[in-house]
Design a protein around this ligand. Structure first.
Ligand code: SF4
Length: 885
């Protein structure tokens, strides 16, 4: 054994610094890190410190093994997966023929199962397997290992067993490893037998075995005991994950405004999801440059997803929902445009469906070109894997060529770069698939694509990002060699940080222990260590944070790692400051979405457009002028729901309304009316027949039957249903509407009835809101009964149909209605009508004045508003704003 050193100590005690000093002290030392990005980080760190080091001297353990093992190549992921799939099929066929149970039959086709097997195979050799599925796994692993060996390939654990070949470096430094498996420790010892080794190992229970083994192998130990960082520590909580991230963005911008470089700050995550994507969009919104140290699968890149989408579309018989997904992608040439949205709305209403031609979609040039290239005849052809690969590579012509301009923004250039890299990787994945399937003979597109699809999902796509001044976002494993002045560690709730680990379903803890692998208990112990690791990354300030509620709105339990530390509560919503091309004093920036139209022609147009108002439109304005403007003036519409979501409360209400109207017209049909109307409406809007549809039908039918059986309003008067009216309040304004039911008495008395698919408390709320002047429907309907139908109004009743039948409202004393609603004198009823008319005229004047603002009369109703994502009500109240310096 040459003179080798083991450097140990707690996280943050400077082990890596000592290791780097030893690395620099011996020329031709080689430093090995666990991952490529960590190796890159160390190279950058040394470059910033002015040290000139050949990049090949800082590399990964995997690359080091590759360079020193000429006998076998590492197994490419696709080849490994293909061999696993074949071994599984054979094992299942054998078990089937001998009528034997096999544990893998039900999961054999799941890509996730193949991935789990591949990861385990890389870790543990077949001869070390035991445990519940030990024997089954063993024969599977042996078959895969034998087949790999036949092609000159081997798994990682086998390659670790081989002695390093060729000249060994003068000194090898291993830095950033938490612990080592038995095979890795064997490898380190073999290296140490020929070259001095420096190894850093943090203090935590999971590393003790490796420490003992290295000390027994003759390593001297150097302890780093004193923590050389003592950052200020603060903790905050926010109501939700989104608010938590916005608060982090605000603090980063505040630091940047005080002169702190973005590159001096980092966010450390326990796992990429759910924080990574949310941070990406929030930082983009706030203009914070950030680099995310995560690799996406190639299949997730939009360009590759688009090309793959066309192949899947062809294989699925042109399923319309999948085609619409393609159409909505910006790369389609029509996605994210007004024309694209219109077409999407129109086609979504016609879902579900499959097949071509699909009216509308083929008029889009980009789509037309795609359909011209991808011929349905492909489905009947049988080609060699090489031919399929060559043909599918032509799909890249479906993407528009970028038009490069001198003034292209950084983001645009980044998109071009990543698309070019993704297309190169797409071609290469197809080539790899063809190579892996060589010798399989001619096959269908479906057979080839199954493997190509797997290759695209297995291949990671890393886009080089050379920006220097960026906030670093990385997971806790990647962060182990970093130190930054300011670090945010977010998501500190139980089950996120710490996570809770279960036994590996493939190889249980007993089997893992025997194979020298970490168990679920080891991983659990590791959580505390990971937290300490994250908390010791900053040199000046550590900011810990957590959301108080989860995504279902339930209270979240703060992480026990916080040890009950007091947390500052951050309640105020933070928004990025609007960025104007010319500087605008912040005081003159209007609250988002508040507008005053002053242009006379526009005001005149506004009055013209709304010269006829429905009572519901007036009530929409009274609830919120912005809601009215978005829904009634701009006529913005919700994206049509997917087929499974179409039977919503609105449709359920309209089914009941129509069924009740039909019942009044054809009383002898009774409950059959309902079944007929329900079936008609579901057919009309193409609601699929599902369990939920049947459950909703039964609930509505029971509500309908309850109404039929109800005897609370039995005046014996003639009923007229769905009576339309148009009522002029003044020369500039008419009110139009449709009365659900008008019961007419012998002396032309009119009782107006309006059905609502609501429960009793909502009906009462409506009556109260009417009394306080926030609703006008009742008064205007009564007025219409008088002026349009020439009747003598005596009352207006709401009938709530949900759960049980509820009647409420107002009437001049009518015999038979004593137990219902409020009774009032005829003159009070007249005042009630006049007040509604006055309110309607005042509302029209307010609409025509051109003032548009998010001002909800009842903020609780905002949760049901279709425009809550665009009105930016929060900005009106935001006390704090943040902007990039
Ligand atoms: S969410 Fe509230 S404030 Fe926003 S438009 Fe709707 S009602 Fe108005």
């Amino acid at each position: 054994m040459t003179s080798s050193l083991l450097i140990t100590g707690p996280p943050g005690s400077g082990k890596s610094r000592v290791a780097l000093q030893r690395f620099s002290a011996v020329s031709d030392s080689v430093l090995l890190a666990p991952t490529a990005t960590m190796a890159e980080h160390i190279r950058n760190q040394l470059a910033r410190a002015g040290a000139m080091v050949r990049p090949s001297r800082i590399t990964t353990l995997a690359q080091f093994i590759d360079l020193r093992n000429q006998h076998s190549r590492p197994a490419p992921q696709l080849a490994l997966h293909l061999l696993i799939e074949r071994a599984l099929s054979r094992a299942i066929a054998q078990a089937h023929s001998s009528a034997r149970w096999t544990p893998f039959a039900r999961v054999a086709n799941f890509p996730g199962f193949h991935r789990a097997l591949a990861a385990l195979m890389e870790e543990v050799p077949a001869d070390s397997l035991s445990g519940s599925f030990g024997e089954d796994l063993k024969s599977l692993f042996e078959e895969v290992e034998t087949n790999l060996a036949r092609h000159g390939m081997a798994l990682r654990n086998a390659r670790l067993k081989a002695s390093p070949e060729g000249p060994c470096p003068a000194h090898v430094v291993f830095d950033g490893f938490f612990t080592l498996s038995t095979a890795e420790l064997d490898f380190v010892e073999r290296v140490a037998a020929v070259s001095p080794v420096t190894f850093t190992l943090p203090d935590w229970p999971g590393a003790q075995g490796a420490r003992q083994r290295l000390l027994s192998a003759g390593f001297a130990e150097q302890r780093c005991t004193s923590l050389f960082r003592s950052p200020e520590r603060t903790t905050f909580s926010a109501p939700t994950l989104d608010r938590e991230i916005e608060e982090i963005a605000r603090r980063i911008l505040a630091h940047a405004a005080r002169g702190r470089e973005f590159r001096e700050m980092g966010v450390v995550l326990r796992t990429r999801d759910p924080y990574g994507p949310a941070l990406e969009t929030t930082f983009a919104r706030f203009g914070i440059p950030a680099r995310f140290y995560f690799a996406d699968a190639l299949s997730a890149h939009p360009a590759v997803a688009y090309l793959s989408g066309w192949v899947r579309g062809l294989l699925s018989g042109w399923d319309h929902a999948s085609l619409l997904t393609l159409l909505r992608m910006p790369v389609s040439g029509i996605g994210a445009t007004p024309a694209g949205d219109r077409l999407d709305f129109e086609l979504r209403n016609r879902l579900p469906g499959a097949g071509l031609p699909l009216h509308g979609i083929q008029d889009v040039p980009q789509v037309n070109r795609s359909l011209g290239l991808i011929d349905s005849a492909w489905l009947r052809e049988r080609l060699s894997p090489l031919e399929w690969a060559a043909r599918l590579k032509t799909l890249r012509s479906l993407l528009p060529e970028p038009v490069v301009a001198d003034d292209a923004s950084y983001d645009q250039v980044r998109i071009w770069r990543s698309t070019a890299a993704a297309l190169e990787a797409f071609d290469s994945a197809l080539d790899q698939t063809a190579v892996a399937l060589a010798g399989e003979g001619r096959m269908t597109l479906a057979a080839f694509w199954r493997h190509a699809d797997a290759a695209l999902a297995l291949e990671p796509l890393r886009i080089a990002d050379r920006r220097r001044n960026v906030v670093h976002v990385l997971d806790v494993f990647e962060a182990r060699q970093w130190e930054l002045p300011i670090v945010f560690v977010c998501g500190l709730t139980e089950r996120h940080f710490p996570q809770y680990h279960r036994e590996d379903p493939l190889l249980n803890d007993e089997g893992r222990r025997r194979a020298g692998l970490e168990t679920s208990a080891d991983r659990q112990t590791q959580e505390r260590f990971l937290f300490e690791l994250a908390a010791t990354r900053p040199t000046e300030q550590l900011v810990l944070s957590y959301p108080r509620f989860n995504d279902r709105g339930e209270p979240a339990l703060p992480s026990f790692f916080l040890d009950g530390a007091a947390a500052e509560s951050c309640e105020t919503r933070v928004r990025p400051t609007l960025v104007f091309s010319a500087p605008v004093p912040s005081a003159s920036i209007p609250p988002a979405s508040t507008v005053q139209i002053n242009d006379p022609p526009l005001l005149e147009r506004l009055a013209q457009v709304h010269m006829k108002l429905a009572p519901t439109s007036i009530e929409s304005f009274l609830q919120c002028p912005f809601q009215f403007f978005a829904g009634k003036t701009l006529r913005l519409r919700r994206r049509p729901p997917a087929p499974r979501d179409r039977l919503d409360v609105l449709l359920q209400g309209s089914i009941l309304h129509r069924a009740l109207a039909e019942l009044t017209r054809f009383p002898l049909l009774g409950a059959e009316v309902f079944d007929q109307v329900f079936a008609d409406e579901c057919r009309r809007v193409r609601v699929p027949s599902t369990y939920r549809t049947e459950a909703v039908r039964l609930e509505l039918r029971s509500n309908f039957n309850a109404f039929v059986a109800d005897r609370q309003v039995q005046l014996g008067w003639a009923s007229r249903v769905e009576e339309k009216f148009a009522l002029h309040l003044n020369p500039a304004l008419a009110i139009s509407g449709r009365i659900d039911r008008l019961d007419v008495g012998p002396r032309n008395q009119a009782l107006v009835i309006d059905y609502k698919y609501s429960a009793g408390d909502r009906i009462r709320e409506r009556v109260d809101d009417t009394a306080s002047g926030d609703l006008v429907q009742a008064g205007l309907y009564l007025l219409a009964a008088a002026r349009t139908f020439g009747l003598h109004p005596v009352g207006m009743l709401y009938c709530g149909l949900r759960k049980e039948v509820n009647w409420d409202g107002w009437h001049a004393p009518v015999a038979g209605l004593e137990a219902i609603g409020e009774s009032m004198t005829p003159s009070a009823l007249q005042d009630f009508m006049n007040a509604a008319a006055t309110k309607a005229e005042a509302t029209f004047a307010a609409i025509a004045s051109g003032h548009i603002a998010p001002q909800p009369a009842n903020p609780r109703k905002c949760v049901w508003c279709d425009f809550r994502d665009i009105c930016r009500i929060e900005t009106a109240a935001a006390a704090r704003t943040a902007s990039a310096p």
